[in-house]
Design a protein around this ligand. Structure first.
Ligand SMILES: *Cc1c(COP(=O)(O)O)cnc(C)c1O
Length: 463
């Protein structure tokens, strides 16, 4: 009974949080100092004495939620995390309650079935045939881990001995200069070293230039290096721009190099008939990473690693754990062979609930709406005096700056964040610091962007 009563308290509090998040006159974020928050929430006291139930829980939740950043707020424009479809959060509750850590099929048959269907659905969107039963992809805890997993599969193909003997010294990664830091981290973790990360030639906007890629790869080979993979971006983190995948894939095919597409942010455009042309040629890649907790409305977190050759993941990890890996009746599949993780949440359930509740058409419409909003925002910003935009957006990300040095942009964002009425991010790209909008909240309207500009002018004039 306590669970149900407390559960109702939690739902009421969350409903209040969601309603409050729609009010433009309420702050998007507040950042009390850590020590004060810890005291206000009585965290240590609760750990010592317990009692987080009933009225005590209700009070705690009030304090907790008031210091929680409101992703669904119209003036939340900061980071690429979904304002989740509420039903997706219910999936998180079901997952937390059942705790079917589905590393092996017998620990979560239903969770595994959902994952297999989610993976098959994503494969279909990429343009790959679904595999029989399961395989050809796996869900992991986030895009960073997913990138590492895909690159391990690429390494297993070109250097199968690497698992036993370590990475050969000649292996290098070729990536877009705008690539996410998780690619360089993967190089570090795989023992390639940062010096093995090579930036491919790029155009004025930092997108990989396929016309120069072939010569670049030949140059690396001439120096005695072996490209492990080319990593293209389907949605760069800073500017949200797409590398020209088809042309890059052609070059990779000619050179026999594995093409990995980091679509953590932008692969979701595949769901939209109108926008999927941005990823034209993605089906020619060997691996794709796609985060559901960015543009698919899924609560955090859920990332997919998809591989063209369904067997490719089987070789990414070659370890044995006798208590888990042995011959047994297998009515399903064990995803543990394909992941860094052992225990794993039922990640597929969150994206499944989001898509199954709304339907894929509604998800596509939301992505289109947010992309259109970015176009409108860029047009509005371009017409404002003293404002420069970095690029015409291709996704829901817009970067711009006010006339002045990099420090001005940082100082404006600092003041904006301090006040809490708007929440935006900043990014470095094309050699400059930009103010960055990731238009994630479906509540954001173009007048919110207009109001933001007004506030930025006001803050600048105050300096
Ligand atoms: C967000 C992002 C990542 C990292 O994904 P996480 O789920 O945050 O680990 C990797 N690559 C790109 C292009 C991204 O936008």
């Amino acid at each position: 009974m306590t669970f149900r009563k407390d559960g109702e308290l939690v739902l009421d509090a969350l409903e209040g949080f969601a309603a409050g998040a729609q009010r433009r006159d309420s702050p998007v974020l507040e950042q009390p100092p850590l020590a004060q928050l810890s005291r206000d929430l009585d965290l240590v006291g609760l750990i010592r004495h317990g009692g987080l139930q009933g009225a005590r829980l209700e009070r705690f939740l009030g304090d907790y939620l008031s210091a929680s950043t409101k992703l669904g707020h119209p003036r939340y424009m900061a980071h690429q995390v979904a304002a989740p479809i509420p039903q997706s959060a219910l999936a998180a509750l079901i997952d937390g309650f059942t705790n079917n850590a589905m590393a092996i099929y017998e620990m979560g048959p239903a969770a595994a079935a959902v994952e297999a269907v989610v993976v098959a659905w994503m494969r279909e969107k990429v343009g790959w045939a679904p595999t029989k039963g399961a395989g050809g992809g796996v869900l992991t805890h986030g895009g960073s881990l997913a990138n590492l997993t895909a690159l391990l599969a690429a390494r297993a193909r070109i250097a199968p001995q690497a698992w036993e003997e370590g990475s050969p010294a000649d292996l290098v990664l070729v990536c877009s200069p705008a690539s996410h830091y998780s690619i360089a981290r993967a190089a570090g973790i795989m023992g390639l070293g940062q010096r093995a990360v090579h930036h491919a030639p790029a155009d004025k906007l930092g997108r990989m230039d396929p016309a120069k890629l072939s010569t670049f790869l030949t140059g690396l080979r001439d120096e005695g290096r072996t490209p492990l993979a080319v990593v293209a971006l389907a949605g760069s983190t800073a500017l949200g721009l797409y590398d020209p995948l088809r042309e890059i894939a052609m070059v990779c095919r000619d050179h026999g190099v594995w093409l990995h597409v980091d679509g953590a942010h932008g692969a979701s455009a595949l769901v939209s008939v109108r926008l999927r042309g941005l990823l034209d040629g993605i089906e020619l890649a060997q691996s794709v990473v796609w985060d559901a907790h960015k543009m698919l409305g899924s609560s955090t977190l859920c990332a997919a690693v998809l591989v063209a050759d369904a067997q490719a993941l089987d070789h990414a990890f070659s370890e044995e754990a006798s208590y888990l890996f042995h011959d047994k009746d297998q009515p399903g599949f064990d995803s543990i062979h394909w992941t860094v993780e052992c225990t794993k949440a039922a990640l597929g359930l969150k994206v499944f609930f989001a898509v199954a509740c709304e339907g894929e058409g509604a998800i596509a419409s939301t992505i289109e709406r947010q992309t259109d909003l970015a176009h409108a925002a860029a047009a509005l910003l371009r017409d404002k005096p003293g404002i420069e935009i970095a690029a015409v957006p291709q996704s829901n990300i817009v970067c711009f700056r006010l006339e002045g040095p990099d420090e001005l942009q940082l100082e404006l964002r600092r003041r904006l964040t301090r006040d809490g009425a708007f929440y935006i991010s900043t990014a470095e790209a094309l050699g400059k610091r930009w103010l960055r909008l990731a238009l994630m909240s479906p509540a954001t309207r173009i007048d919110d962007v207009d109001a933001l500009v007004g506030e930025l002018y006001r803050l600048r004039d105050e300096l």
